[in-house]
Design a protein around this ligand. Sequence first.
Ligand SMILES: Nc1ncnc2c1ncn2[C@@H]1O[C@H](COP(=O)(O)OP(=O)(O)OP(=O)(O)O)[C@@H](O)[C@H]1O
Ligand SMILES: [Mg+2]
Length: 274
Amino acid sequence: MIKVENLSRVYRRSRTSPLRPRAEVHALRDVSFEIEAGRRFGIVGESGSGKSTLVRLIAGLDQPTAGAVTFDGQRVDGRSERRLSFLRRDLQVVFQDPTGSLDPRMRVRDIIAEPLVAQRIPGQAERVAELLAAVGLPADAGRRFPHQFSGGQRQRISLARALAPKPRVLVADEPVSALDVSVRAQILNLLSDLVEQFALTLVFVSHDLSVVRHVCDTVAVLRSGELVEIGDVEQVYREPRHPYTRQLVQAAPTLRGALSGVTAADLISERKRP
Ligand SMILES: Nc1ncnc2c1ncn2[C@@H]1O[C@H](COP(=O)(O)OP(=O)(O)OP(=O)(O)O)[C@@H](O)[C@H]1O
Ligand SMILES: [Mg+2]
């Protein structure tokens, strides 16, 4: 469904002095892989490893320096926004910070309906009601504004908006990192349930391999913009081939404790609750 071929992205920073050469950041170096329909594809790596750069390129929100991105056989890179309408409907993105991605002046129902309005899809009111229920928000949430909700609820609103145009692919870039530790497991479980319910293909970014293991079936490990390992998530977790992946596996419990506070056990016990 998604094919990434020899993808590279170099950012050129502005000069600090006219005498110095322009600093270049190789955010992504010659990355290739494929994501089949129905996969839950995780992208893991430490801060600055190129995860967000990669998903921006897949989502057609940035242009590669070299290489190609294909969605369902159609080239994504090098297209004008007008010719990306197929992707704007079929692939939706949820970002890390729900506050920054929700317009504070818009009512929740209008935020959720926005992609429907943009793509002239009818039946908006019913669809909004359906989506509010699907993400576990009360029916009257539509009349309210984003600031009247908690961080976790705002991420539910982002998920509802992403699902509005019935996408086939959901891309989530660290969707719980900005949230309070206490609600992370809830939102991750909701995300997993929605992916299952709507038979979505998931592209999920996290710095935490243990969270990827809970949510995904396949994982790609990025380090300094390079793809160092890719495969079945259990296989990679149990028998990491690259020394860097081994480090990530060993760091996973402490990362969980220090950064995310979510343990696999929390997630599993949370899912079992009615
Ligand atoms: N617009 C930009 N201009 C210049 N450099 C950038 C830009 N965006 C990203 N970079 C650089 O590219 C590299 C990869 O960044 P990226 O945001 O993709 O990493 P990441 O894996 O998502 O990190 P994090 O876990 O912190 O979100 C970093 O060195 C970053 O500083
Ligand atoms: Mg990022």
